[in-house]
Design a protein around this ligand. Structure first.
Ligand code: NAD
Length: 213
């Protein structure tokens, strides 16, 4: 498979969401033009993003919504369940744990904090546990991804513990660049970075218009 740019993966997630909306509206066929319009990219971009993974759709006929949706779910690894844990059950960790909208694909299976004052707090039927329970929980409860919500100064050490315990991916909320082995995926979530991009585009609206084509 050709090297797939990470922006293409983000767009596939967007196409999947659009296909799910179309399916919910009872629409059975779509086209790269329609997906492009809804995703605010070009039809060429849609075809290119899909072409990394195979050939989909028929020229002049387009795509079957249900089939393409199934294929995208498979490509993105969203046709199975993934186990999650949150490490750092402070303001952010608790807010995420309280969120009712985790899909059936991502299942919270553990909440951890080093502060005994947090142990035993309950969210969605899970109790917050001490860090000493982390390795066994990751193994026994098949926890693949860790959401890291500890202060910046603790983030690397906690990431190391997650890696040593066999985690496959880290969703990092702490404002630090984590060093992890290359087989472990890290995604950073940073609302301040998002605000900084908004500030740039608010001052330079033409840049955004040109990016959108
Ligand atoms: P907080 O202080 O309320 O909570 C941090 C929690 O981590 C506490 O419960 C603490 O006991 C625990 N903790 C600290 N060291 C630990 C360790 N070594 N092992 C296990 N648990 C440990 O902080 P917060 O406001 O919830 O923020 C958490 C992190 O998220 C910070 O790094 C913050 O900068 C970041 N943050 C990111 C975003 C974003 O958009 N990415 C938004 C808000 C906060």
């Amino acid at each position: 498979m050709a090297r797939v740019p990470s922006a293409a993966i983000s767009r596939l997630v967007t196409y999947l969401r659009i296909l799910e909306e179309l399916e919910a509206r009872g629409i059975h066929r779509t086209s790269s033009e329609q997906l492009a319009e809804e995703a605010q990219v070009t039809a060429f971009q849609v075809r290119k993003d899909l072409s990394y993974f195979g050939s989909y759709g028929t020229r002049g006929v387009g795509y079957t919504v249900q089939v393409l949706r199934r294929e995208l779910r498979q490509i993105l690894g969203l046709n199975r369940r993934w186990g999650l844990c949150i490490v750092g059950m402070g303001r952010l960790g608790q807010a995420i744990a309280d969120y009712p909208g985790f899909s059936e694909i991502f299942e919270l299976r553990g909440l951890f904090d080093h502060d005994p004052a947090k142990w035993g707090l309950h969210f969605h039927g899970l109790a917050v546990e001490g860090m000493e329970h982390l390795p066994r929980a990751i193994h026994e409860r098949r926890i693949e991804f860790g959401l890291l919500a500890v202060p910046a100064e603790a983030a690397q050490a906690v990431a190391n513990r997650l890696v040593e315990s066999g985690i496959k991916g880290i969703l990092n909320f702490a404002p630090v660049v984590l060093e992890v082995p290359k087989e472990v995926a890290v995604e950073n979530v940073d609302f301040l970075a998002g605000l900084s991009r908004l500030a740039f585009f608010a001052l330079n609206p033409r840049w955004r218009e040109e990016m959108l084509g």
